[in-house]
Design a protein around this ligand. Structure first.
Ligand code: ZN
Length: 607
């Protein structure tokens, strides 16, 4: 029988039920993959060519003392607070990367085992020895609570040798690591906090992780996850004292700032650093990057942290205004300048006086408008359309483009002198696929914001929805991510998580992505079709003519689960809610003489 793309029965059961969607330390089976031994096998030394690999990620073997030296220099140069932020965010990236490794290498893994793999990798990488005291999570309900002991923290060793004991915890990058790992797997912000630390005189460090919403005072922790080199500006510019922090904050009742910028990845940090550097100057800034990467949000942020913060910010999308109107829109118009100009009115330049004017899609301006814009930039002077007076304006122009302006110059469609005038300080904003570490943060951010806006109460995302998001290419970048989450939020039920089919249409996902998230053949084109009942799914898979033979289905489920657990009967039994002996008995019974051949799966299907 020719059936398109089947998934394993075990996977189906998982999607339909809640077998693996929660876990706790009391029932955790140490033998489930990935074990410490299996994780250790992901580490490859390739000394001949100067590389070390952890699965497919390049690693470094570095002296703890060198890290300690760097840490000390960061603290001395930037101050304790900013150094802590930098190291926390670097740790976050490492944790998010390790979560990616585990997700890709063990896509079928038991949820608790996958969470525990983070503690094992953290130990394996030489940061700390982790001993779980307790953990308990439920992905459907969106809860996570965990408590761990950290021994031999290398960061504490370095901190204590440089500064002695103090009153604050010092395992900053390790806290970032734990937050990055669990957040990335969970798809919601889980914040770790060090409640006791060796650097404070404790014999071991003790850390607690909780869903961000479950901490009553999380803003202090979030401060360190934020790409806020804006602090340096707070010292020099009083206007920036009110800067809204960059990352996920408890959202204001109105849904918060529509233009918040969110991220912790190195690509995002680098753009934020450039932004902070140029904000204090008066230089023209040119944002480049694909559609939807957040150019306007960055421009607004630039304005808010500049000395012009209390003056107007105006945004103009040059492509959205007809060619015939753009000049009067930008520079204003005098009465009678043309038919229909019945009264004089100021343009955007005049209205932005003292403040910032954001010109999006600058590449679409006509050559005539480009000439006038150049004059406004060079002379700080404009003339209204039909006017004779020259008006002085003090406007900082921030432009953005998603086309290659240099190519436009070569093609004769963009003035070279204007290009150089605009390109004084270019900031490239990376597409989302180049800052994947930020995807969980963005998912959490938009889920919270849109939930408030729509008055909805969802519990987060299913693991495969998180996997799909992390795999997806996002041609429309952050705007698309936001739209997907809004669509998911509207399609999903309150009290339940958002699943893949709530966000994506079947044709949006490549076969490769479907395979990677284990949802091949299960996403129908109907947006609401997501989990369905197990019976419906089985009917779809088997076709209407096939009988549903319970013994055959049971045997198939047992075999697939054993295969998925790589033959580990104890692990398979735990997944099936059986004892090992019960499982062995059932397997034997099915294989007893007189057995029918169970309806097997096609080759390569199980496990
Ligand atoms: Zn510590």
């Amino acid at each position: 029988m020719a059936k398109p793309s089947r998934i394993s029965l075990a996977e189906m059961a998982r999607q339909s039920g809640s077998m693996l969607r929660r876990g706790d330390s009391a029932h955790f089976d140490q033998g489930l993959p990935p074990t410490l031994a299996e994780l250790t096998e992901s580490l490859f030394f390739s000394p001949g060519d100067g590389r070390i690999w952890m699965n497919d990620q390049r690693m470094l073997l570095w002296h703890s003392s060198a890290m300690g030296h760097l840490r000390r220099e960061l603290i001395d140069t930037l101050g304790l607070d900013r150094a802590r932020g930098l190291l926390t965010r670097a740790g976050y990236v490492a944790g998010a990367r390790d979560a990616q490794l585990v997700r890709e290498r063990w896509p079928e893994g038991d949820a608790a085992a996958v969470f525990m793999a983070g503690t094992r990798l953290h130990s394996l990488e030489g940061a700390v020895k982790v001993t779980p005291l307790s953990f308990d999570f439920d992905i459907d309900r969106g809860t996570y609570e965990g408590e761990f002991l950290w021994e031999h923290s290398s960061e504490d060793d370095e901190h204590i040798s440089a500064y002695g004991l103090g009153t604050e915890p010092a395992c900053w990058s390790q806290i970032g690591y734990a937050t990055g790992y669990v957040t990335s797997l969970f798809g919601q912000l889980v914040v770790f906090r060090e409640v006791e630390c060796r650097s404070m005189g404790a014999s071991v460090c003790r850390v607690v992780g909780r869903h961000a919403a479950a901490w009553s005072d999380v803003s202090e922790d979030l401060r360190y996850l934020q790409a806020r080199d804006f602090r340096s500006l707070a010292e020099t510019s009083p206007a920036s004292a009110t800067v809204v922090p960059a990352v996920v904050q408890p959202v204001a009742p109105d849904g918060g700032d529509r233009h918040e910028i969110v991220g912790a990845s190195s690509a995002f940090n680098s753009a934020c650093h450039q932004l902070a550097r140029v904000a204090r100057s008066q230089a023209t800034v040119l944002f480049t990057g694909e559609s939807g990467v957040g150019k306007e949000a960055f421009a607004r942020r630039l304005h808010r942290i500049s000395a012009r913060a209390d003056k107007p910010f105006l945004a103009v999308n040059c492509a959205a205004i007809p060619e015939t109107l753009i000049e009067s829109e930008l520079f204003g118009v005098e009465r009678g300048a043309y038919t229909g100009a019945s009264s004089s009115r100021p343009g955007r330049f005049e209205r932005a006086d003292g403040g910032t004017l954001f010109l999006d899609e600058i590449g679409t301006l006509s050559l005539v408008s480009q000439g006038k814009l150049l004059r406004a930039l060079q002379e700080s002077e404009i003339e209204r359309v039909g006017g004779t007076r020259t008006l002085r304006v003090d406007v900082r122009v921030v432009a953005a483009t998603n086309v290659d302006l240099q190519a436009e110059v070569r093609a004769g469609r963009f003035r070279e002198d204007l290009f150089y005038r605009l390109n004084v300080f270019p900031i490239h904003l990376p597409p989302l696929r180049e800052r994947r570490d930020d995807i969980p943060l963005l998912m959490n951010h938009f889920l919270r914001r849109e939930s408030l806006r729509h008055g909805r109460q969802l519990t987060g995302f299913t693991p495969r929805a998180v996997r799909a998001m992390l795999h997806y290419a996002f041609p429309g970048n952050i705007r698309e991510l936001q739209n997907l989450i809004e669509r998911g939020l509207i399609s999903a039920e309150d009290g339940a998580p958002i699943d893949v089919a709530h966000m994506f249409r079947r044709e949006q996902l490549s076969e490769e992505t479907l395979l990677a998230i284990g949802a091949q053949g299960t996403l129908s084109a109907k947006p609401q079709a997501s989990p369905g009942t197990l019976l419906e799914t089985l009917r779809q898979q088997l076709g209407p003519s096939q009988p549903l033979s319970l013994p055959a289905l049971e045997h198939q489920l047992l075999q697939e689960t054993v295969a998925a657990c790589k033959g580990n009967l104890a692990a398979a039994a735990r997944q099936l809610g059986l004892t090992r002996a019960q499982l062995a008995y059932r397997l034997e019974r099915a294989a007893a003489p007189g057995r029918r051949k169970p309806r097997g799966s096609p080759k390569g299907d199980a496990g």
